[in-house]
Design a protein around this ligand. Structure first.
Ligand SMILES: [Mn+2]
Length: 310
């Protein structure tokens, strides 16, 4: 796999070396499965471009997460053929897992997550999923496609994986019935705000490795307005950071994705917020990892820090 010309955060080469980097970022510029707004194909490039303007120091966690090393790969090849693109995503994700990197998949529309999830699941057979999203995405199929972004959690759940879905504020009656019949852990935004403890209890039951999938439409429009299928009433920034900090501290998150940003010309806030979100995931992961293995926070990727198996 080739490195991307533009690297996330525009880091110096010693921090993007694939041999020593802790994180591997894979752009997946695919939007063949969206239903409403288009533009998700441009998201990875917009996010990487915006990331140049992020501060490298995390003022809350008080360290520089990039020192763990971050490699940004060239985008996955996309085509109009959805089966082919899913296969490409799967193969690329599998390669990253074989390299023993922590993958961050950057969509693209949400349909890509079923393939990247399955690739991570190949390494971790007990893999669970936590989805942060405005939509339940539990339709068996949508507009004639089982690979629609509106079906992605149906595809992930049918692998037998356990899942907790949080922030939902849009679903159809069939999805509602499926959730009740199968006792799925699905928490609406209303549920979460009313009683976050019940959500944390459900999360506690996910004892093994976890794949975190984040649709940016989970956020409030004041944070990320540019997304394909917007819903009002989402997470405010600090509210989301509280939840993500909890997830990374309490679960063994082994991979994540950020999907469904649809950059609009002249609207810079959304790509910047998405870039900062990805960097926050890295910060939370490194902090949890150093705590788990009693390691000092990283100073350089070429140290004891990266010799441990994640
Ligand atoms: Mn969504």
């Amino acid at each position: 796999m080739n490195l991307n010309a533009a690297q996330f955060l525009n880091l110096d080469a010693c921090y993007t070396d694939i041999k020593t980097a802790f994180f591997a970022l894979l752009p997946i510029p695919f939007e063949g499965a969206v239903s409403y707004g288009v533009g998700a194909a441009h998201a990875p490039q917009a996010i990487i471009e915006a990331s140049r303007y992020l501060e490298l120091y995390d003022e809350v966690l008080d360290f520089e997460p990039y020192k763990a090393g971050i490699t940004t790969f060239s985008p996955t090849a996309v085509s109009a053929n959805q089966i082919k693109i899913q296969a490409n995503c799967y193969e690329a994700a599998l390669k990253i897992m074989e390299m023993k990197k922590f993958p961050i998949f950057v969509g693209g529309d949400h349909s890509i997550s079923s393939s990247t999830f399955k690739a991570v699941q190949k390494r971790y057979s007990q893999l669970s999923c936590v989805q942060i999203d405005a939509h339940a995405d539990l339709r068996q199929e949508y507009e004639g496609s089982k690979l629609s972004h509106a079906s992605v959690l149906a595809r992930i759940r049918e692998t037998g994986a356990d899942a907790v879905q949080i922030g939902i504020r849009s679903m159809c009656m069939n999805e509602r019935n499926t959730i009740r019949e199968k006792s799925y852990s699905v928490y609406t935004m209303h549920d979460y705000r009313k009683n976050p403890e019940q959500v944390f209890l459900a999360l506690q039951k996910l004892s093994g490795p976890v794949y975190l999938t984040v649709d940016v439409d989970a956020f409030d429009w004041s944070v990320i307005p540019s997304t394909g299928t917007p819903e009002p009433g989402g997470f405010l920034w600090d509210e989301a950071m509280f939840l993500f900090s909890h997830l990374f501290s309490n679960l063994n998150i082994v991979a994540c994705d950020v999907v469904e940003l649809s950059p609009e010309p002249g609207e810079k806030n959304s790509p910047f917020a998405a870039a900062k979100l990805i960097y926050k995931f890295m910060a939370f992961k490194i902090k949890a990892y150093c705590h788990q293995f009693s390691l000092p926070l990283p100073q350089h990727p070429d140290t004891e820090f990266n010799s441990k198996e994640g």
